[in-house]
Every structure is written in structure tokens, then in C-alpha cells.
Write a protein that binds this ligand. Structure first.
Ligand code: F0G
Length: 456
């Protein structure tokens, strides 16, 4: 198989250091076996997240120099607004400091206590905002999304229309302020949603008068999968596909830190004027004036340019194929990963990788720590620790117990991927040495960020 070579050349570099193994052991122990609590300077290859870790282009850096840092009516806001209208097709745009800022606004505006918010699998910050406003998240993704080994499903992020309609009939459409549709679905493994499914979800929602809000965070990756997997889209441009996708939504939340190819920023967008008015009043309380929200002028400029660059087919082809390259190297050696390989990351199936560790002892957390010790490669747990506890204090024990190797955009090369693959394979060959973990400190919310552990 041929992979797309880098469609860019490197103009500025950041030197890296590799700590010796004994020091890495010390680092992870001091961090309470939580990769979130390790330092960037102690990391060799940082696959913790693809969020805000992107390399900007020379044009984006040039854009920073034309930042109009005005308190009201910044020139860069109008550029961002025009770009979002052009690419996504929404009328109104409210900039926020990042994706969760937009989630906060939409959740506060639309969710009342006792309502239900369906979605194609939860995301940590999204669900937390829904719950904080008294809503109950209901997972309506297709069953296959919870089966890491099911490789034959092209669009594992799809909404199960029967589950969705059953919920509507059970609780009543008036108790459902909106449905969230993630494109792609991060915690299912970066799995895409088909255009047909987006169309169907929209039609069903309109039948019952329910709003459709997309989580647009990785929508360009989703468009690439539609182009390469869905009949009828092979000759459409990425921009045409994105535009059609969003024609099936009433609004979206966006973390610009992913497919916007920047380090900070996001927005909330919609077509309804009333919703826009409500968002404009609230954004002043939590973020800033509606013409900058949580962003400086220069950051809005970089985001506008980043969206334009993300529409380039060679850019997104290289991005997704680099992830695929790493995943295929691991599969060749029989390493259990989530299949098909997703758009932004390779997810290790920690339960299959470490069958001797029960889920109550956090196998994914233990595996992320073991890989760090092996090579200085920093990854992230996405399993029982991330899922947290329900209202009664019980753990969710999600079906997916994963370690995410998340690839930043335009940052690492194929040679870096080789190094990562070697480390995972080496850890697999010595997997019996990895031990389960127990809490030494468990925070009450979003416990994965700051929780601490020790080996059992
Ligand atoms: N929605 C999805 C699907 C995300 O992946 C994220 C962030 C957010 C919303 C929130 O956006 O971070 O800009 O506030 N995901 C990061 C990650 C943190 O590592 O997956 P944010």
C-alpha cells in the first residue's frame, strides 16, 4: 500500500529530548500513573491529543501579524464569520475560547432539568455540560460502535434511528431539546457518520420538531471518509461534502483546535435568530464580547485560514493516511486495536491487550503508563477512568476500554510513527509485566484530568 507523503515541507523545528528509561519510570510514578500529569518536556513523542497540538502553516503565522485586537468589531471576526458561512453554511457565528465554551452556551440555552439529550456516543466535556444543566445523555449510536473488533462497518459513528425514535416515543419529543451528532465520533475510535445517516437523522428530527446540533470538531476527517467510502461522493470536493453535511444541522459546536488546525479557539454556529440572540447575551458572561468570544483577533485570523487549508484534499488525505499507517503496522503484529482505523487516532483495545487486568483496575490507564515508560511516547486513557461515575456514584464500566494514540496534524513524520509502533509492539511482548492500578486521589468531576494512581 502507498501512503500519501507529506504535502508540506518543514520551515521551523522544535528539538526534542529523550529521557533515559530510569528517569521515565520516576516521572510516571511522580505523575500518579496519569499521563495527563506528566510534563511535555519529559515526553519524546506526544500523542496525548490532537487538540491544539497542530502545526500552523506559514500563512497562518502571517495571519497572526494582522490580528486586529479591538474590543468590538475586530476585522478578523468578520473574516472568521465569512469563512464559517462559506464552509459550513450557517448564518450566525459566536466565537468561543474552545469547543467546550460553545457546549456551555448551547447546553445552558436549550437544556432544562428533566430533559434528554440523545447523541452518537458521549464525549466527556459535552456530556458534563448536558448533565450540569439537568439533562440526561442517552447514547443512540449503532451497537457496532461498541465492538472494537468489528472491522466491516464503514460508518461506525452512525446514529441508530430505531434507538433514537424509541427514545422520542418513550419520553416525548418535547423533552428532547436537541440531538448531538458527533462527526467523527471521538470515543468510538474516530469513526465517521455517513451522509445518508446525517440526512436520515435530520428527517426524523424534523418530523418530531427536534433540533439537530452537530459536534463539528473533526468534520473534515468525516468528509474524507465520506469521499472515500460512500457511493456518489467520490468526485465531490471536501468543501462540497462539508457543506452538504452541515445542511442537515440546525447548528454546531466546534473545537477549532482539531480540524481548524490551530492551537486555540472554537465557535458556536446556528441559523435561528432567537438562538443567536440568546447565545450573544450569554457569551458576554462566560467568554467575552460576541465579536471575539474567547479569542484574540490574531487567533480568529489563524482559525479562518486554518479552515481554508483544511479543505485541501492532499492535506486531509495525508492526515488520515498517516494515522492508518501507524494502525496497520500494529495490526500486522496482531496488536488489538479498534477497527476500522479512525481519522485522528489509533485506539488500543486495552482489555484484549492486558487480559489479566480487570476493568476495575483500569487496564487502559495502566497501559498508557507502561508505554510512556517504554519509550517516552505519551498517550491517553479513554476507558473506565474517563467515563467517570453516574449520579449514584457507580462507575459506568464502558464497553470500550481504550488507549488513544492521537496524531497531531502536520507535526510528526512517518519515521516517528515507526518509533511509536515499535514501542507498542515491545510493550505487547512484555504485557504480563504490566500491573493494574488503584486510586490514591479521585477528583469528583472529569476525574481523568487530575486523578492519581498506584500499582496494585
Ligand atoms: N467534542 C469532541 C468530539 C472533542 O473531541 C472535544 C475535545 C471537544 C468536543 C471539546 O473541545 O477541547 O476545544 O473544549 N477533545 C480533546 C481530545 C480534548 O483530546 O479529544 P475543546
Amino acid at each position: 500500500k502507498k501512503y500519501m507523503p507529506e504535502p508540506f515541507k518543514i520551515k521551523s523545528v522544535e528539538p526534542l529530548r529523550i529521557l533515559p528509561r530510569e528517569e521515565r519510570e520516576k516521572v510516571i510514578k511522580e505523575a500518579g500513573y496519569n499521563t495527563f500529569l506528566t510534563k511535555s518536556r519529559d515526553t519524546y513523542i506526544d500523542l496525548l491529543t490532537d487538540s491544539g497540538t497542530n502545526a500552523m502553516s506559514d500563512r497562518q503565522w502571517a495571519g497572526l501579524m494582522v490580528g486586529d485586537e479591538a474590543y468590538a468589531g475586530s476585522e478578523n471576526f468578520y473574516h472568521l464569520e465569512e469563512t464559517v458561512r462559506d464552509i459550513f453554511g450557517f448564518k450566525y457565528v459566536v466565537p468561543t475560547h474552545q469547543g467546550r465554551g460553545a457546549e456551555n452556551l448551547i447546553s445552558r440555552i436549550l437544556i432544562k432539568p428533566g430533559t434528554y439529550v440523545p447523541g452518537n456516543m458521549y464525549f466527556t466535556t459535552t456530556r458534563t455540560h448536558q448533565e450540569m444543566n439537568g439533562g440526561t445523555f442517552v447514547d443512540v449510536i449503532i451497537d457496532e460502535a461498541h465492538e472494537p473488533d468489528r472491522a466491516d462497518v464503514d460508518f461506525k459513528g452512525n446514529v441508530d434511528l430505531d434507538k433514537y425514535e424509541a427514545l422520542i416515543k418513550k419520553v416525548g419529543a418535547d423533552k428532547i431539546p436537541y440531538i448531538t451528532v458527533g462527526v467523527t465520533v471521538n470515543l468510538a475510535g474516530g469513526q465517521p457518520v455517513s451522509m445518508q445517516n446525517l440526512k436520515d437523522v435530520h428527517a426524523l428530527s424534523k418530523k418530531y420538531g427536534i433540533r439537530v446540533i452537530f459536534d463539528a470538531t473533526r468534520c473534515v476527517e468525516n468528509a474524507y471518509f465520506i469521499k472515500t467510502r460512500e457511493k456518489g461522493y467520490e468526485n465531490k470536493t471536501i468543501k462540497e461534502i462539508v457543506r452538504e453535511m452541515f445542511s442537515y444541522a440546525d447548528g454546531c459546536t466546534m473545537s477549532g483546535k482539531k480540524d481548524g488546525i490551530v492551537n486555540m479557539g472554537g465557535f458556536l454556529a446556528m441559523n435561528e435568530e432567537e438562538l443567536y440572540d440568546a447565545a450573544r447575551s450569554l457569551v458576554v458572561v462566560f467568554e467575552g464580547m460576541p465579536s471575539y468570544g474567547g479569542m484574540s483577533g490574531r487567533d480568529m485570523e489563524a482559525l479562518a485560514i486554518g479552515f481554508q487549508e483544511a479543505m485541501d484534499f492532499n492535506y486531509i488525505k495525508h492526515r488520515v493516511q498517516q494515522v492508518e499507517y501507524l494502525g496497520e503496522k500494529l495490526m500486522e503484529k496482531g496488536i488489538p486495536i479498534v477497527k476500522p482505523i479512525g481519522g485522528h487516532a489509533v485506539f488500543l483495545d486495552a482489555r484484549a491487550f492486558l487480559p489479566h487486568i480487570p476493568q476495575s483496575q483500569y487496564p487502559a490507564q495502566a497501559l498508557a503508563a507502561a508505554i510512556f515508560v517504554d519509550s517516552g511516547v505519551r498517550t491517553m486513557e479513554r476507558g473506565n477512568v474517563s467515563a467517570g461515575r453516574d449520579k449514584d456514584g457507580n462507575e459506568y464500566f464502558p464497553k470500550l476500554e481504550l488507549v488513544r494514540l492521537t496524531i497531531p496534524r502536520r507535526v510528526y513524520t512517518y519515521a516517528h510513527m515507526d518509533y511509536v509502533a515499535e514501542s507498542v509492539i515491545n510493550t505487547y511482548e512484555h504485557r504480563e509485566d504490566v500491573k493494574g492500578l488503584k486510586w490514591t486521589y479521585e477528583p469528583p468531576v472529569l476525574r481523568f484530568f487530575t486523578g492519581r494512581f498506584e500499582p496494585i
